[in-house]
Design a protein around this ligand. Structure first.
Ligand code: 5GP
Length: 199
């Protein structure tokens, strides 16, 4: 296909309930599929032990986050469990303009904003093998206090109900299999819906 005939690169959004394993899937893609551009969000949340500033997130103050909003520098943003999260617009638009597939790992509110702003975006829902398994993972993670866990459980149930708004569902039964399936969907993001394989 020559460059003129190729459709513009599409944005793919990975969303799903807290605790479903989005981070593990993203880590595998980071290691194995460097051609996929991973957007680094800004957040006001505290950095966790295993995280690196600038790689997992840009950790910023509320004041700096507000400046990003006011300056129109975020493609979307949302408040999640008391913290603000947002996608820096310039990097995503730059990657898309050079034809790279871009993957965003964001929450449901953000996915809806991307759907409205960029109707061509491909929305992928990462689902747990079962609701019980999701609750078990959320309680067992050990990185959050009780109040945070309670808020995450309530939010997770709301997010599970939103699956029908997404173009595709990938079940995170085994992280390697789920990551492979997602990479396959990104590979097909250059196809028009009529050309894409049935799902
Ligand atoms: P965590 O604090 O566990 O890293 O992320 C909490 C939630 O925020 C997850 O559902 C994650 O996908 C979402 N999130 C991370 N970055 C962004 C972002 O830039 N925008 C939105 N809307 N949600 C985000």
């Amino acid at each position: 296909m020559d460059d003129d005939a190729r459709p513009a690169a599409r944005l793919t959004v990975l969303s799903g309930p807290s605790g479903v394993g989005k981070d593990s899937v993203i880590e595998l893609i980071r290691a194995r599929s460097p051609w996929i551009k991973l957007s680094v969000s800004a957040t006001t949340r505290k950095m966790r032990d295993y995280e690196t500033n600038g790689e997992h997130y840009h950790f910023v103050s509320r004041q700096d986050f507000q400046r990003l909003i006011d300056g129109g520098q975020l493609l979307e943003w949302a408040e999640f469990a008391g913290n603000l999260y947002g996608t820096p617009r310039a990097q995503v638009e730059g990657w898309l303009s050079t034809g790279s597939p871009v993957l965003l790992k964001i929450d449901l509110q953000g996915a809806r904003q991307v759907r409205a702003a960029m109707p061509d975006a491909q929305l992928v829902f990462l689902a747990p093998p079962s609701v019980e398994e999701l609750h078990r993972r959320l309680v067992g993670r050990g990185t959050d206090d009780e109040e945070t866990i309670r808020r995450r459980l309530a939010h997770a149930d709301e997010e599970l109900a939103a699956e029908k708004e997404f173009d595709r569902t990938v079940v995170n039964d085994f992280v390697e299999r789920a990551a492979d399936e997602l990479v396959g969907l990104l590979g097909s993001s250059f196809l028009t819906p009529a050309q894409a394989p049935e799902h």
